[in-house]
Design a protein around this ligand. Structure first.
Ligand code: CP3
Length: 356
């Protein structure tokens, strides 16, 4: 147990890459690095009883956050939680149903429900997450940055209106079409909720903040600007006004065609899924922001040589120089062999030296 060493944290490869400073190797972490592909995660989850109890028990959330760092020399930890804890704290009643995914007992079905939603108080309503951040910060190696995260307002609104994760988005799209005022008032409440929550996470010990916009990519370009990017911009501005020292990463899945606009939000880094060429994106925006990504998650199903080749291709595509954080293009899948992650992480550290 120790206090964070702010100088060592600021000097870590991950923080330096976010600031586009020199590093000796490209830093790497993995979206969903704590999760079902790890047997030790499954054991802790069954000890907790279920996923939500795991999220709500700070010692256990800390334990699963640290598990992947014991196995692999990762350059960052991400606090174990979920984006849906905010709607849950707003009273929607989250549960995680086996083989269905997250489900809300009280999804938003009418406009008057929106008027009744309050902004959760981070300490009072989501104190268990902040306690998990504090506990993890104390137990994590002093030189390893901890990432705090939230869902984008649009992505949270999708879940709150659709009520579950497997969906065709017809309800939320109808809502946005038929009642623009209502959707904007929901997005505004969510934007203020996410801002307060992320600030509290930074205060509790998160060194970096990331916004997951998993469903931004289902929108057309105008709607992406109006319904998703605009609210993420407000959150970035809020964080930068209060904590300019905390880097912010924005990840819009399927958002590759909008990277120039994402770069204008004032974020420090853009997360990329695997559908874009990271070198092309670097030419468009690499002088403004760092880039995080973007190996196809299915590469981890291949043999070791092919995994190395996949890593080599991403590194070569980004090319020489600073501002790259290696990651998968989306979360690691539950049926991946944990040894494949060793191959990927080692390849990133070894092969990237030639680029620095
Ligand atoms: O990256 C990490 O290691 C931190 C943990 C993390 C989880 N969820 C844990 C989790 C993070 C960053 C998230 C974010 C999240 N949650 C997103 C955005 C990222 C993305 O994947 O696009 C979304 C859309 C959610 C909502 C959510 N939570 C879904 C759709 C599911 C079910 C899907 C699935 O994989 O079963 C969850 C549950 C969930 N969140 C699990 C984990 C490890 C699986 C729970 C379990 O069965 O143990």
């Amino acid at each position: 147990m120790s206090q964070p060493d702010h100088r060592r944290l600021a000097d870590s490869r991950f923080m330096r890459a976010l600031r586009r400073q020199d590093v000796n190797q490209t830093p790497v972490w993995i979206m969903r690095q704590a999760g079902r592909y790890l047997p030790e995660y499954r054991a802790t989850r069954s000890r907790a009883g279920d996923f939500l109890t795991l999220c709500r028990t700070p010692e256990l959330a800390c334990e699963v956050t640290l598990q992947p760092l014991r196995r692999y020399p990762l350059d960052a930890a991400i606090i174990f939680s979920d984006i849906l804890v905010i709607p849950d704290a707003m009273g929607l009643g989250l549960s995680l149903v086996e083989s269905v995914g997250p489900v809300f007992d009280n999804p938003i079905t009418s406009v008057n429900q929106i008027g009744k939603l309050g902004i959760p108080d981070p300490e009072d309503d989501l104190g268990y997450v902040l306690e998990a951040v504090r506990t993890t910060r104390r137990n994590l190696d002093q030189s390893v940055p901890l990432i705090g995260f939230a869902g984008s307002p649009w992505t949270l609104a999708v879940y709150m209106i659709e009520g579950r994760s497997k969906t065709d988005f017809s309800k939320v799209k109808a809502f946005a079409r038929e009642d623009p005022d209502a959707i904007h008032s929901l997005l505004d409440i969510l934007s203020r909720s996410v801002s307060a929550y992320l600030m509290a996470k930074a205060h509790a010990g998160a060194s970096v903040l990331m916004i997951f916009d998993t469903w931004g990519g289902i929108l057309n370009t105008d709607d992406y600007e109006r319904l998703s990017l605009r609210y993420m911009t407000e959150i970035v501005r809020h964080i930068k006004d209060h904590r300019p020292d905390v880097p912010v990463i924005l990840f819009t899945k399927d958002g590759g065609q909008w990277v120039q606009n994402i770069a204008k939000t004032g974020c420090d880094a853009i997360g990329l899924d695997w559908t874009v060429n990271i070198g092309d994106v670097r030419h468009l925006v690499g002088s403004k922001v760092a880039l995080q990504g973007n190996l196809d998650p299915d590469t981890l199903r291949l043999n070791d040589e092919e995994i190395e080749q996949g890593v080599a291709n991403v590194l070569r595509s980004f090319g020489k120089g600073n501002g790259h954080i290696f990651n998968l293009g989306h979360g690691i899948k539950p049926d991946i062999d944990p040894d494949k992650v060793t191959v990927m992480v080692d390849a990133v550290h070894r092969l990237s030296q030639a680029y620095h």
